[in-house]
Design a protein around this ligand. Structure first.
Ligand code: CA2
Length: 146
């Protein structure tokens, strides 16, 4: 069983800036933690981060045929702008959860709209980096149930 964890722009700097919003956990910490959760459940976790919209689109195209059964994605700022990533999920035909570290609904109005949420199985927002683990707990449950 295989899960793909995708992080979008600027999330490679997680843990180094704006700790009052995003905390001090690094992306490497997040990836290791979600991988460990998967390993304990017999699920392989592939991790991908890019600051480029097209690279995320192409990774989603690959997910259609590489055995990915579920995607967990924090699209970063592309959440609020990217019809291309929305369309790529349509083409990939793989279920996904959307994760936001911060509570986007308690922030600026432009962060309240997501181009992905209505296509997601579920959305986590505001639980800090723990949100990735909460989403992974759901995915493990979903995949284990068959
Ligand atoms: O809350 C989230 O996870 C966001 O997806 C993060 C995006 C933001 O544009 C979304 O509205 C909500 C921004 C990621 C910026 O990454 C940083 C990483 C470390 C420190 C500061 C910013």
């Amino acid at each position: 069983m295989s899960v793909l964890l995708i992080n979008g722009p600027n999330l490679n700097t997680l843990g180094t800036r704006e700790p009052e919003i995003y905390g001090s956990t690094t992306l490497a910490d997040v990836e290791a933690s979600v991988r460990a959760q998967g390993e304990a459940a017999g699920i392989e976790v592939a991790c991908f981060q890019s600051n480029f919209e097209g690279a995320i689109v192409e990774r989603l195209h690959a997910a259609r045929t590489d055995g990915t059964q579920f995607v967990i994605i924090n699209p970063g700022a592309f959440t609020h702008t990217s019809v291309a990533i929305r369309d790529a999920f349509g083409a990939a035909d793989v279920p996904f959860c959307e994760v936001h570290i911060s509570n986007v609904h308690a922030r600026e109005p432009f962060r309240h709209h997501s181009y992905l949420s209505d296509k997601a199985v579920g959305v986590m927002a505001g639980f800090g980096t723990l949100g990735y683990n909460l989403a992974m707990t759901f995915v493990i449950d979903r995949l284990s149930a068959g």
